[in-house]
Design a protein. Structure first.
Length: 246
């Protein structure tokens, strides 16, 4: 990627780590943005260095616009201009709608949807001015089809599509593409917290017969970020093993 600078929110999670590693393998300089304490950050960064991945780390609360503005200034000062942005930060707070609290709704919507604005707003003008940019937003199969107990998460992830398609139209003529990717169930800590019997029931519904590997999600994101993907914009790329087809 010719020393392009890539920034990945939620970069220290299982999928985020795989994305960071893949971008480095493609030749990019990579910055992970996350909301964890300094000890966790230092341990993760050291572990990645031991594996051969030199990844920069910057702190930000993606639910807060001012925190993202401060993060963007630090990134510019330490690393330079961001060419590739992956909006990967996301959480779940599952409950049936009748039992869902305002706090559960707000926390998920602020993290999974409001962050699209808070983070992208910091970098989109620079991409437009330079005539190159890649924005990849991570949604979910459950944003496409819905899921029991996830009205908050499915609503937020569905909103990612509207954000993606609208922004894509605004910046296409400036050499900036905006796309979404919708993973299915991934072999990650988040999915592994689901009870084993429930997890097995989920896997039984996936035609591929297994969970996705984090690196498979990373590969798809790398494809959308590539120089040669310049004519692909405003799409959603499902990576779900056949769980949901349309």
């Amino acid at each position: 990627m010719n020393n392009r600078i890539a920034l990945v929110t939620g970069g220290m999670g299982d999928i985020g780590t795989a994305i960071c590693q893949h971008f480095i393998e493609l030749g990019a300089k990579v910055i992970a943005v996350d909301y964890v304490d300094k000890t966790q950050t230092a341990n993760w960064q050291l572990q990645q260095k031991q594996l051969g991945f030199d990844i920069g780390v910057v702190y930000a609360d993606v639910t807060q616009f001012e925190s993202c503005a401060m993060m963007a200034k630090e990134v510019a000062d330490r690393f330079g201009s961001v060419d590739i942005l992956v909006n990967g930060a996301g959480i779940t707070q599952d409950a049936s709608f009748r039992k869902m609290t305002p706090e559960q709704w707000n926390k998920v919507v602020h993290t999974d949807l409001d962050s699209m604005f808070n983070v992208t707003k910091q970098f989109i003008d620079g991409m437009v001015t330079r005539g190159f940019g890649r924005v990849i937003n991570i949604s979910s199969v459950n944003g496409q089809k819905g899921q029991f107990g996830q009205t908050n998460y499915s609503s937020a992830k569905s909103g990612v599509y509207g954000f993606t398609k609208s922004l894509a139209q605004e910046v296409a003529k400036n050499g900036v593409t905006v796309n979404a990717i919708s993973p299915g169930y991934v072999n990650s800590k988040m999915v592994m917290t689901v009870a084993e019997n429930i997890r097995e029931q989920i896997i039984a519904t996936i035609p591929a017969g297994r969970l996705a590997k984090p690196e498979e999600i990373a590969w798809a994101i790398g494809f959308l970020a590539a120089e040669r993907s310049a004519f692909i914009t405003g799409i959603n790329l499902p990576v779900n093993g056949g769980l949901h087809m349309y």
